[in-house]
Design a protein around this ligand. Sequence first.
Ligand code: CA
Length: 234
Amino acid sequence: MSQPASILVVEDEQSIASFVSLYLKNAGYGVRAVGTGSQALNAVAAEMPSLIVLDLNLPDMDGIEICRRIRKNSDVPIIMLTARDEDVDKIIGLEAGADDYLTKPFNPRELVARVKSVLRRATSDRRIDEGDEIRHGDLLINSGRREVLVGEDEIQLAPKEFDLLWELLDHRGIVLTRDQLLERVWGYTFAGDTRTVDVHVRQIRRKLGDASPIVTVWGVGYKVATERTTAPAA
Ligand code: CA
């Protein structure tokens, strides 16, 4: 039998940390809880968990800074907890490389559902073998190595940015709605917060520049054209 997935819960409010840990343990996960940012970074350095549940507001450091630091050398899935229902916080969290977020107060069952969905996605990505590759103009994307190249240059995308780009490239010529993308990339089975999709598309475009193949279809969603019209450089 394989080891249960290990989850690091970073939350300074003891009552929330306790019930979140309890629900996750009951769902079969190994759980470790810490209450500060520095403890979180130490825990990650000592042993990388399978997933991190990270509170935005911590006494010593904010969750976004922790997220950025972890992202420098790891793709570990991160779900952010935010106390304020402000889009700006969510967007900053996602741009820092978080995979998902929940606004407090939340139903712990919903958190467990998100954890399962994010982990399932992370695991199935690892199962895709080498050589699953799509070329589109100057862009070359390899799902096995999770590598994005524009010409010779490797571009670093956050995990969900990569998944979103792959999903669109894999359905070239087809328009995907924001809800479809949420369901396929984030695993939500209900109509969710579709701005999440827009934020990620904006990040992909910023990082890929002119090589971004994503086209906005106003009022519908996004697509990648079947072929680049620009000729390759001779
Ligand atoms: Ca807090």
